[in-house]
Design a protein around this ligand. Sequence first.
Ligand SMILES: [Zn+2]
Ligand SMILES: [Zn+2]
Length: 351
Amino acid sequence: MLICTGYGAASPTEALAPLTFNRRDVGQNDIEIEIEYCGVCHSDIHFARDEWHFTQYPAVPGHEIVGRVKSVGPGVTKYKVGERVGVGCMVNSCRTCPSCQEGLEQYCAEGLTGQTYGGTDKVINEPSKGGYSDKIVVDENFVLRIPENLDPAAAAPLLCAGITLYSPLRHWGAGPGKKVGIIGLGGLGHMGVKLAHAMGAETALFTTSASKVADAKRLGASLVILSKDEAQMAEHAESFDLIIDTVSASHDLSPFFGLLKRDATMVQVGAPEHPLPISVFPLLMRRRSFAGSMIGGIKETQEMLDFCGKHNITADVEMINIQQINEAYERMLKSDVKYRFCIDMKSLKAA
Ligand SMILES: [Zn+2]
Ligand SMILES: [Zn+2]
């Protein structure tokens, strides 16, 4: 076993604290990564606090991992020691179901057993542990290459927030000549604005807060629409090819359906805790679709990273030391971060 240090929760109600735990030894096709940075995703909080009711403790969150290859197993062909690599939300999947065979491991028929945290490491039969730690061992087929021109700390959030937006933008054809709306300017939304703009789409941000207008424009939105302003919303009726909703708080979706063109789609990537009431008539009247999307497969995640390397896109991050993680969680719950916290994992050694 490989002895690791990190930060984790011992129970749903305790703050994250330093801990030591085991990972599997480096196997035939495994890569050992020395973790340099880990982004802080909202899912980390849900997991640490058992809000999805499957957490096994101690719980070590973190699935926006960037680091350097420290050692490789004898069968590894894709990576060399010293290369900069990343790990996102998945470290395994069944590899045989139709979704896995199509490179859509996020929709694996076995469910989310291969999650970076909250899954199971089948080699040692222990709950998988995430990136708030000094190192991680991952099969090379689930390791991503991080373009060397990107700031590695700011690239970390691409591995969850970035791919969560990139995949639906690509799937529903965002690009030149298309008008794309992003609802909400948080960790997910700010990536959506940057990516849609880089793909060449006319990009609009929907927000409830006038204070976000300037920032949205800086990030690449050519339009900022205050969604509570009925007159502004009416101006854009039936004009959007695609709208992506990143908001996970419960809110009324119906006003947005009317903004879609005939046959256009609204995609949910934020995950509200409670079922949403949907007004069906705006969907019927223009054959509109309401869809969902979850992260992206390994192949598409690499494509996204390469796209970001080419267009020099990273997240806007606020760096923290691991010792500040509990305070960071409290600030995230108040949406007080622009737009993603990233942990400098060197701070773990300083502790
Ligand atoms: Zn995430
Ligand atoms: Zn599968």
